[in-house]
Structures are given as structure tokens and as C-alpha cells.
Write a protein that binds this ligand. Structure first.
Ligand SMILES: Cc1cc2nc3c(=O)[nH]c(=O)nc-3n(C[C@H](O)[C@H](O)[C@H](O)COP(=O)(O)OP(=O)(O)OC[C@H]3O[C@@H](n4cnc5c(N)ncnc54)[C@H](O)[C@@H]3O)c2cc1C
Length: 491
């Protein structure tokens, strides 16, 4: 009997189990994750209700072919369907779906953290050994024909080296737990201005009534506000155009200039005004207000960018390495900003706090100094213009690590895989995988066809395409590839 393992049971892990089940896989399936996140993963675990889903409720589910499934589930449960539901409710929906999948007698649950993945053999006999520590602290080894690594988010890094301070919260989720240490009415700072940083600000303001919060990052850019819902299909920059271009004999790569030409033609076709769009990017009261006042146009542009995600996946492997780097430099930040918008009610609250001076957003922080026995705060924030301010607490809202170019990470399993040269950094953009198989590409072993890697850490090739719908499609391809591969294997 074939044996496969799923390591990590967030959205990607649940998706893998769904696809294995639907494909009628009749071998043994072992699912590993810690109890708290088993079936919800990081974003959808039990936490404060103030943490909302980014998409509207009827536009997020565990199956892109049934986008309204979650909204229907909410109604079936007799819960009030809000436009933007709490993420933890999505976690409950995920867990219920998982319960059905676990009825399969071939599926086994292990509330364990995998510590080590070893490649035992490659090629015809490809096999992997997983190690975890059982409750009585003995080391347990299990051997598998295929392993699906659905490890999700690597912990964010600690750029100001604050980790030894009791007033610094490095890994905040679940915030309901980590925030217990923080008293009411404090002055605090949040490092990072993406969606994770926004979560931290909301928790401090709404659950701890913080006196003042300083939120900062190097880019000084808040997420864009989710606009009015609509559909906008690319006309020139399409998957078909990419396929046609790379089918031309001798056309090994697709020049970035060609991609840009198609992109600008699309902008002209839809009369998108980049100057107007750029007015929403930043973190000032004016920018946020401009964005909130222009939700129809924001929605049109986001709908277009959402479709581009799939085109980018199709064209990425046809770009030369140099063009991949150029693309990353020129467009990646904006692309991520427009693909991961925040819900309007979230933006409205931020604006209110900014206008009343409770929230200060800045890209001007130079350094953070830990203070000793200081009465007015535990940290001093030094700005580039040499002025300073003190805060009592700092929360790390940087978001997960995607740059592994230094082969350093606080995710122990990934660190082991990097050290053993099983996985490789893809420049500064995640870990290397095969574009269509989602297999790990190793400098030591070559393509490891039965070792799949999904989620945030492969963002280099997937361009942080890890929304629930994208994960569903990516895992579907990866699982089918693994099953075909296993079928052809002799042992
Ligand atoms: C704060 C936040 C909010 C988000 N909101 C949205 C949203 O509203 N809509 C949307 O579409 N996307 C959202 N996303 C994107 C999100 O990344 C995906 O939707 C999805 O949750 C990612 O799932 P995953 O399975 O890849 O990762 P995760 O959810 O991180 O799950 C990975 C799992 O692997 C486990 N794991 C890791 N290492 C090991 C190990 N060694 N052994 C065993 N288990 C291990 C972890 O415990 C975890 O449970 C959000 C992301 C974040 C961070």
C-alpha cells in the first residue's frame, strides 16, 4: 500500500486531502499539524472577531468552482452573513469540511510537528522519512512514497533584534493569546504596514484601547482598499497571447518588454489612469481618503489585477532570469498591494484613527533602541530626522518571510531542508519549485517529483498567489502529478 503524508493542515493541506480523496487515492494518508491550527492554518484559527476576511463573504470558499459555498454555509448555520466575515468563522467552515474528509478510513490524524524530512532514495525508489517527537519525547520515524509540504507562513524576521525583550511580540498569531500580556491604554508601535500590520493595529486599538500607535515600514505603504466588485478580463495580456508567443519556434523566452506592451495596451483599452491609481498608494490620510472615494475604479483595477495572477503564473517560467528580477523590482510590490486589498470597513477605521491622531503611519523610522529602567516607555523610536518618541510595546506585523537567499529562517523544518540542500532559495523570492509540478527542485537531488511544496514560501514563482482559490488550483495540479508519478513507480 502506498503511503503519503501531508505536513501542515491549513488551506493547502486541506486542499491536498480533498484532491487525494476526489482522485480515489486508496493508500494511507497521514496528516500532520499541531492541534490548534489543524484544519484552519494560521489566518483562520480561533482569534478575535475583529479580524475579517479580505474578500467579500460570497467570494471566498475552499472551492473556486463554488465560490458561494462559504456564504451558504454561514446561512445554513443560522449565523448572520456580514459582507466581510470574521476569519475564524471561515476556519470553522474549513474544519467542518475537513471532518467529512477524515471519515475516510485511510486518513490518519497526527497532532504532531514534523521536525525533519530526509530523502531516503530518489528516482524509481523515491522515498522520504519524516521525524517527529511523540508525547513521551521519543523520536518517531515514518517512511512515505510522497510528501506534501503545506507549511504555510514562515515566521517573520526580527530586523531590529528585539526578540529578547519581553515587551516585543514577534509571532503575534493568535493575537487573542499574545495580546494578553499587553495592558490597556498603552503607547505601542507596529512594525509592518501590510495586512498583518493592520491586524495588529486593530487589535491594539479595539481590544486594548491603545493611547497611540506608531505604524511603520520601509515602503510606508498601506494595503489598497478593496473596491466595488466587478469582473475585468485582460484583453492583450492573456494566457492565450503568452502561449502563442512561446509556441513560436526559437522563442525560448518571453521578453519583459513584450509583457509590458500587452499590459499598457490593456490599460489603454480599459482607460485605466495610472496617475489616478497611484494616488491611492501610500499611507497618508489623503491617499486613504482618495482610495475610499474611488471604490468603483479601485474595484475595476483590482478585478483586472486578479485576472492577471493567472497570466503571470503562465508566463513566469518563460521570462529570462534577468527579466524575472526586473519584473520583481519594477512591479512586484504594486502587484502584491493590488492583489491583497483590505476590506473598506477596515480602511475606514484606520482613517478615523489617523484623523484623530491616534494612529501615526510613517516610513521614516531609522532605528529602535531598547530602554533600560525607563519610566515613560520600553523602546525609543529614532526617526531619520533625529527626533525620537517612546513606546511601551512593539508588535511585529511584518508578515511571513519569503526571502531565503541567506539560507536563514526561524522555521526549523525549512532550515533543516535548506541545510541539507533539499530545498533551494529562488533568489530573494521564495523557494524553488517546478513551475507545473510544484515539486521541490534541489541542487543535491534534482527534481524531487514526490516532494511537493505549496503556499507562501514558494511565492517566487507563484507571486504570493496564495489566496484560497489559487491554493486550490495549485494543489490540484500537484496532487494529480504526484499520483500519476506514484502509479508509474515500480515499488
Ligand atoms: C493574516 C492573514 C490573513 C489572510 N487573509 C486572507 C483572506 O482573507 N483571504 C484569502 O484568500 N487569503 C488570505 N490570506 C492568505 C493565506 O495565506 C491563505 O488564504 C491560506 O490561509 C494559506 O494557507 P496555507 O495552508 O498555505 O498556510 P497556513 O495557513 O499557514 O497553514 C500552514 C500550516 O502548516 C503547519 N505547519 C508548519 N510547519 C509544520 C511542521 N513542521 N509540521 C507540521 N505542521 C506544520 C502550521 O501549523 C499551519 O497550520 C491571509 C494570510 C494571512 C497571513
Amino acid at each position: 500500500m502506498k503511503r503519503v503524508a501531508i505536513v501542515g493542515m491549513g488551506v493547502a493541506g486541506v486542499d491536498v486531502l480533498t484532491h487525494l480523496t476526489e482522485a480515489g487515492f486508496d493508500g494511507r494518508i497521514d496528516c500532520y499539524d499541531e492541534r490548534q491550527q489543524f484544519g484552519s492554518g494560521l489566518p483562520y484559527q480561533e482569534d478575535f472577531d475583529i479580524f475579517l476576511l479580505n474578500p467579500r463573504s460570497h467570494a471566498i470558499s475552499l472551492n473556486p468552482d463554488r465560490p458561494k459555498e462559504f456564504a451558504e454555509w454561514v446561512k445554513e448555520k443560522g449565523l448572520t452573513l456580514e459582507t466581510f466575515m470574521p476569519r475564524r468563522i471561515f476556519g470553522q467552515y474549513m474544519r467542518e469540511k475537513l471532518e467529512h474528509l477524515l471519515q475516510n478510513e485511510h486518513v490518519h490524524v497526527h497532532y504532531q510537528h514534523i521536525q525533519h524530512v530526509q530523502v531516503l532514495e530518489t528516482g524509481e525508489k523515491e522515498r522520504y522519512q519524516l521525524t517527529y517527537q511523540s508525547a513521551d519525547q521519543t523520536s518517531v520515524q515514518e517512511v512515505y512514497d510522497a510528501v506534501f509540504l503545506c507549511l504555510g507562513h514562515a515566521p517573520s524576521q526580527d530586523p531590529y533584534h528585539l526578540n529578547d525583550s519581553p515587551y516585543f511580540i514577534q509571532n503575534p498569531y493568535p493575537i487573542r493569546e499574545s495580546l494578553q500580556a499587553v495592558p490597556m491604554h498603552q503607547r505601542a508601535a507596529v512594525i509592518g504596514m501590510g495586512l498583518t500590520g493592520v491586524d495588529m493595529v486593530r487589535a491594539l486599538m479595539m481590544e486594548r484601547e491603545a493611547k497611540e500607535v506608531v505604524m511603520f515600514s520601509r515602503s510606508g505603504q498601506l494595503p489598497i482598499v478593496r473596491g466595488t466588485e466587478t469582473v475585468v478580463e485582460p484583453v492583450h495580456l492573456t494566457i492565450e497571447a503568452v502561449q502563442k508567443a512561446v509556441a513560436t519556434p526559437g522563442q525560448l523566452t518571453l521578453p519583459l518588454e513584450q509583457v509590458e506592451e500587452w499590459f499598457f495596451k490593456d490599460l489603454a483599452h480599459y482607460q485605466f489612469d495610472l496617475e489616478r491609481i497611484n494616488q491611492w498608494v501610500g499611507a497618508s490620510v489623503e491617499q486613504l481618503r482618495a482610495n475610499l472615494n474611488d471604490l468603483d475604479e479601485a474595484g475595476r483595477f483590482q478585478a483586472y489585477v486578479a485576472k492577471l495572477r493567472w497570466v503571470l503564473r503562465a508566463l513566469w517560467s518563460h521570462l529570462s532570469r534577468q527579466d524575472q528580477m526586473r519584473f520583481a523590482q519594477k512591479y512586484q510590490r504594486s502587484f502584491i498591494a493590488f492583489s491583497n486589498p483590505m476590506a473598506p470597513p477596515v480602511a475606514e477605521k484606520l482613517l478615523e484613527w489617523m484623523e484623530t491622531g491616534r494612529l501615526i503611519t510613517t516610513d521614516q523610522v531609522d532605528d529602535i533602541i531598547q530602554l533600560k529602567a525607563q519610566q515613560t516607555g520600553h523602546f525609543m523610536i529614532q526617526y531619520k530626522n533625529k527626533t525620537t518618541t517612546t513606546v511601551d510595546w512593539i508588535l511585529n506585523g511584518i508578515g511571513s518571510q519569503t526571502d531565503f537567499s541567506q539560507c536563514q529562517t526561524d522555521q526549523p523544518l525549512v532550515q533543516q531542508l535548506l541545510n541539507d540542500r533539499v530545498v533551494e532559495p529562488n533568489g530573494r523570492m521564495g523557494l524553488m519549485i517546478h513551475d507545473t509540478h510544484s515539486s521541490v527542485l534541489s541542487s543535491r537531488y534534482g527534481e524531487l517529483r514526490a516532494l511537493k511544496l505549496f503556499g507562501q514560501m514558494v511565492s517566487g514563482t507563484d507571486y504570493q498567489n496564495n489566496s484560497t482559490f489559487v491554493l486550490y488550483r495549485t494543489t490540484q495540479k500537484g496532487v494529480h502529478d504526484a499520483l500519476n508519478y506514484l502509479k508509474d513507480k515500480k515499488v
